[in-house]
Design a binder for this molecule. Sequence first.
Ligand code: TLP
Length: 352
Amino acid sequence: MGTGSGRVIDLRSDTVTLPTEEMREAMRTAPLGDDVFGEDPTVNRLEEMAAAKVGKEAALLVPSGTMGNQVALLTHTRRGDEVILEANAHIVHYESGAPAVLSGVMLRALPGERGLLAPEQIEAAVRTPNIHTPPTTLICLENTHNRGGGSVYPLATLQAIAAGARARGIPVHLDGARIFNAAVASGVPASAIAACADSVMFCLTKGLAAPVGSLLCGPAEFIARARRFRRMVGGAMRQAGVVAAAGIVALEKMVDRLEVDHANAHRLAAGLARIPGLLLDPGRVQTNIVIFRLAPPGSAAALVRAVAAEAVRALAIAPDAVRMVTHKDVEAADMDVAVAAVGRHLGAGGPA
Ligand code: TLP
């Protein structure tokens, strides 16, 4: 069983993608300098391209999406402030408690619908200034939403949230780790999505397949302040053009092909949804993330172990929930192999 070729179908994340040959060649030949002196031409070029892609004045290369989000929080907030965000946000779940440690902020985590917040929900959560309450000084949104199953904010919702935030003078930070998946799936340019936020972070290392790097983008004045916080958390790098070179290829060559990942995710979801004992509405899969639940007493960990034995890798994200993510290093036929492996486990009434 398995892939028969010794190849592993790794659906744990789109972060597992390896750089393309073109990226490796660009990395080898990139003109370099010391980026802490602002002298790496390849980093400067990537930052300009990134800012232009999302319609912001400036951009800052950071080693990871986590650092991009945390530098944004440091730049937007002060200790004791409150940040409104969705309860399943990456910033809440997967950034090691950094907002509490680095920025010293309170997180006001609101329950969303597949990770998406409604404008009225945010409006109702904004604090009225009072000596007893932490001031609301930032709203964070995530698009696409990872734990929401790759869900995409409708542009009108983002615009309503942005209008409400602006009226109150509260900035919006967008965790757009997968903003290009959102753009490709919705047909809305990344710059129109980003226009609903003051700052936006996006990753080169997810579907775009670069080995390292994320960009924090925003007004020039904001990015100038963020540059100091990047330094503070140890993210100022030297000849970072080595990684920026791959990032340039990622932005130029890897965005349009994301629709292939989305088509593969739809194929995967359609196949999985036919398996008894597996709970998934394939109509809700919008991008490259497929999250399904198991009817009781199904165990996500047991399923992940069983399919791993067939060279299919997935991630248990809750006791009864499994995540599979498509990306450039898997193809359409792999989806059928993955579905068959899951089907065998559940069909065999595998260990609960
Ligand atoms: N997400 C990773 C893991 O950290 C869970 C993944 O496999 O999906 N924002 C969002 C929405 C993300 O999904 C991620 C990465 C990040 C930020 C952080 O990026 P990195 O891993 O570069 O720090």
